[in-house]
Structure formats: C-alpha cells, structure tokens
Design a protein around this ligand. Structure first.
Ligand code: SF4
Ligand code: SF4
Length: 162
C-alpha cells in the first residue's frame, strides 16, 4: 500500500519559479488497485475522516477503529489484508467488479487517497513521477486527460483549495 505523511508542500519549483508540471500532468485511474496494495504501508486519516468512514460502514467510531484500523507508533492507519503476498487496504474490493479493484468506501476515503497522485514526494520532480509510475505501478499516471496546475496544487495542499 502506498504511504505518505500527507500534503503541505507546493511541490518542486523549477527555474523561473515554475514547477516542472506547470503545464499539467496526464492521469486517468484504471481502477487496478495497485496504489491501495503492494508492500506494507499505511493509510493515515484524521478524526473527522474516521467518523466519515465509520458512518460509511455503519459502525460507531470506536467499533470502526477497533475493526478496521491498527496502531502504528502514535498514529492509527487503516488495516491491511495480505492476499497473494500483497498488502491490500482493508477496504480494497477485488471481487465485485471483474478485472477491477475498487474502494468500498470511495466517497468517504481519506485525503491521502483522494489526493493521489498529487503527493509532494511523487511530483517532486519528473524523475520521482516516473519512478512512482513504474514502481507502484500506476498505469493511470501519464495517460488520460491533462490535469491542470491548479488541481495539482490543490492536491498538494491536502485537497484544500486554500
Ligand atoms: S495505481 Fe493508478 S490506475 Fe491503479 S488504482 Fe491506483 S490511481 Fe488508479
Ligand atoms: S481507503 Fe479506499 S482508496 Fe484508500 S487505500 Fe483503502 S481502498 Fe484504497
């Protein structure tokens, strides 16, 4: 599962003050599920996001935390389920749609998930973007419609438009 400490950066600024992705980046999710799986990782969330996820699965917050999350150091992450050697997020559904892997709590998914792939460490440079695309692997990066600079910047700021 991919991991991040969240947004909070404006990303890499190149010469002349323009980020290397100033003209936007191509991205279109294919619902392969790779970014919700892979090696061991963490999906962080805020207390508000925990409440929203608890509502989405119809549990009181305490029961939600007990059933779907685990402690990592001082924080809590969504649990992982190891399937075929891959660490799937507990909410990754590989069964409902043939050939697809979808999020069971898509509308309530945490910011970390909403903002992928507009993470500081991913768009730091063209090299980190290419490396993440290859290592995840994320077949959606570099294909599909161009996402403009403003959208990438909002993602980098944690999904907030200011
Ligand atoms: S790895 Fe990329 S294409 Fe696959 S589900 Fe994640 S965002 Fe979509
Ligand atoms: S909450 Fe949903 S989008 Fe986020 S890692 Fe889990 S399955 Fe993927």
């Amino acid at each position: 599962m991919s991991t991040t400490d969240g947004g909070g950066s404006d990303g890499a600024v190149g010469e002349g003050g323009r980020p290397w992705y100033a003209d936007g980046l191509r991205f279109e999710c294919t619902q392969c599920g790779n970014c919700c799986s892979g090696g061991p990782g963490a999906v962080w969330f805020t207390p508000d996001e925990a409440e929203a996820m608890a509502r989405a699965v119809g549990l009181p917050p305490e029961r939600f935390l007990e059933q779907y999350t685990r402690r990592i150091g001082a924080r809590r992450s969504l649990k992982e389920l190891v399937r075929d050697g891959k660490h799937d997020c507990v909410f990754l559904d590989r069964d409902s749609r043939p050939g697809k892997a979808v999020c069971q709590i898509y509308k309530a998914r945490p910011t970390q998930c909403r903002t992928w792939p507009w993470w500081p460490e991913v768009v730091e440079s063209q090299a980190t973007w290419e490396d993440t695309r290859r290592r995840t692997p994320c077949p959606g990066m570099g294909t599909g419609p161009v996402h403009p600079l403003v959208e990438i910047t909002i993602g980098l700021s944690g999904g907030r438009d200011r």
